[in-house]
Design a protein around this ligand. Structure first.
Ligand code: XMP
Length: 531
């Protein structure tokens, strides 16, 4: 296994991700762990991360001496390179200013790390790498035993190596995707230079994570707000695997879920996994408070606020009932790594802002609960992989995102039960057809080819004709988008035949809707949701 020592870079987690992609197990620990910790960890290799800031104190951060005494390969990245140089007798010029940027690095000499890895060759035949460089502090003199491995015009020593000891260092960031060969370099380091086998899979992560959860929780009890979304579902399945009945899931049904969604969540977690799940049917409460409210942000606030109230009441009931000996002392959340970054970086002391759709902000403090966040280190696709490894159904784990306020923001204007019931059925038909229609070229379903797809209820009536009679019914808009980050999105060019089928099924099967439109707006300037 590989030990990653974190000097506080925003992208340290990406190093871990790249190492996991190379199918090698790794753990991130703070750079100030003890020598004994490093020895006990018994790594096959160590990676020293970059650092976030440019404050003078950071220059004082050093890798524990044991890193250099263990006799295993070490890779220094950015700040990690500087500390390597400083600790092993080279010279470093510190600068207060640091910036990231694209750079082309010239490969020097032959090293095991770079051999055969290059992006292009210059006219003179020099091997070049396209990298994401951190400019600022520089190594100005190689430590004894080191040779030059890479350089740029502005940074003479952009990479250095002491191959006899297996020490390598680069000034740029191989962990970010902008460094084209970064993944190849990290794979080379952990597999070939450190000699890790590369047979680690997500299944192994479960073993480690289960053990950690057991250690953290001990014999205490945990509650978790289960929404049916990917993150809370995977967190629930993982924690349940670890501590079984010490976990209680609270599933708040606000009446604005998709067709049969509540039953499916119960069936999966209570039925198949035999987890303790409390289903709170709060639809009347939610719909009651939403009556007459048309403003989207007001609707969001009401739904979010009620969610907290209901969850809190359940948590307090559980605490009071002391269903074990003392009731729940932990609140589990499906926080994933991108949430951690969004809320101010992994190093931030500030508590992670709870995802808007979990809406339990402030609850841990109010209820005196400790946080349990077993997915904090994982990226979305890794969470999905973990979900599959835990036995969750593929369809659940690879489903499109669904907003916390649910159909509350997909029914334009005032939310009514009648509207929600119509929308649920129209939406279910759309999703069913997307899932069952395959694209001939890729062989994938249109559900998998789109990032998010749903129906929107428009509370306006239009005239239609059915049989001999005239109808005067509601309109539904279909929305399907393709996006990688949900910040920008294109409307999906669904096949006409698919749209035709969906439209005719909705109009024939959902009495009350007589017109279907397809939304052909991209984001920006439109948003994905209609409210
Ligand atoms: P927009 O509509 O802003 O949506 O383009 C971008 C992504 O965010 C989701 N979304 C929400 N998720 N609570 C949520 O949990 C919300 O209030 C909310 N509003 C939008 C939306 O579904 C899309 O994936």
């Amino acid at each position: 296994k590989i030990l990653i020592l974190d000097f506080g870079s925003q992208v340290t987690q990406l190093i871990a991700r790249r190492v996991r992609e190379a199918q090698v197990y790794c753990e991130i620990h703070p750079c100030d762990v003890s020598d004994a910790f490093v020895r006990d960890f018994a790594p096959k290799g160590i990676i020293l991360s970059g650092s976030h800031g440019s404050t003078y104190e950071d220059h004082e951060l050093r890798a524990p001496q044991a890193v250099w005494d263990l006799g295993v390969p070490v890779l220094g990245i950015c700040y990690g390179m500087q500390t390597m140089a400083a600790q092993l007798g080279g010279k470093v010029e510190w600068s207060d200013h640091r910036e990231f940027g694209y750079a082309e690095v010239r490969v020097r000499g032959h090293t095991r790390l770079f051999d055969g890895i290059e992006d292009f060759r210059t006219g003179e035949g020099h091997g070049m790498l396209k990298v994401w460089m951190s400019h600022g502090d520089k190594v100005t003199e190689l430590p004894p035993g080191f040779k030059l491995m890479a350089s740029t015009p502005s940074c003479t020593i952009a990479g250095m190596a002491d191959e006899a000891r297996g020490y390598y260092a680069v000034q740029f960031h191989p962990e970010v995707t902008h460094t084209v060969q970064g993944k190849a370099m990290l794979t080379r380091f952990v597999r070939e230079i450190c000699g890790c086998r590369g047979d680690w899979v997500m299944g192994d992560y479960i073993t480690e994570a289960v053990q950690k959860i057991r250690e953290q929780v001990g014999d205490e009890e945990v509650i978790l707000g289960l929404s049916g979304g990917v993150d809370s579902s995977v967190a629930a399945a993982l924690i349940h695997r670890a501590i079984g009945d010490q976990l209680t899931c609270v599933f708040v049904d606000h009446g604005l879920l998709r067709l049969h969604e509540g039953d499916m969540v119960m069936d999966m977690f209570a039925g198949k996994l035999h987890a303790k799940v409390i289903r709170v049917d709060a639809s009347e409460l939610f719909l009651g408070k939403l009556a007459g409210v048309t403003d989207p942000e007001k609707k969001r606030k009401i739904i979010g606020g009620l969610f907290v109230d209901v969850f809190k009441a359940e948590a307090e009931k559980l605490k009071a009932s002391g269903q074990g000996h003392k009731g729940a002392t932990f609140l589990a959340q499906g926080t994933i790594y991108p949430d951690v970054i969004e809320s101010g970086g992994a190093k931030s002391k500030k508590a992670v802002t709870i995802k808007s759709h979990h809406n339990v902000g402030g609850l841990p403090e109010q209820l005196g609960l400790k946080l349990l966040e077993p997915l904090r280190e994982l990226f979305k696709d890794e969470v999905r992989e973990l979900g599959v490894a835990l036995g969750l159904p593929h369809d659940m784990v690879y489903r499109h995102p669904f907003p916390g306020p649910g159909l509350g923001v997909r029914i334009l204007g005032e939310v009514k039960k009648e509207y929600a019931d119509l929308l649920r059925r129209a939406d279910a038909i759309f999703i069913e057809e997307l899932r069952s229609t395959l694209d001939a070229d890729s062989g994938k379903s249109w559900y998998d080819l789109t990032s998010q797809a749903f129906a929107v209820f428009l509370p306006v009536k239009s005239v239609g004709v059915m049989g001999d009679g005239r109808t005067y019914d509601y309109v539904v808009a279909l929305r399907a988008v393709q996006t990688s980050d949900f910040m920008t999105a294109d409307w999906a060019e669904l096949p006409y035949a698919l749209l035709k089928k969906v439209s005719s099924r909705i109009i024939n099967e959902v009495r009350g809707i007589n017109r279907v439109t397809y939304d052909v707006s991209s984001k920006p300037p439109a948003t994905i949701e209609w409210e």
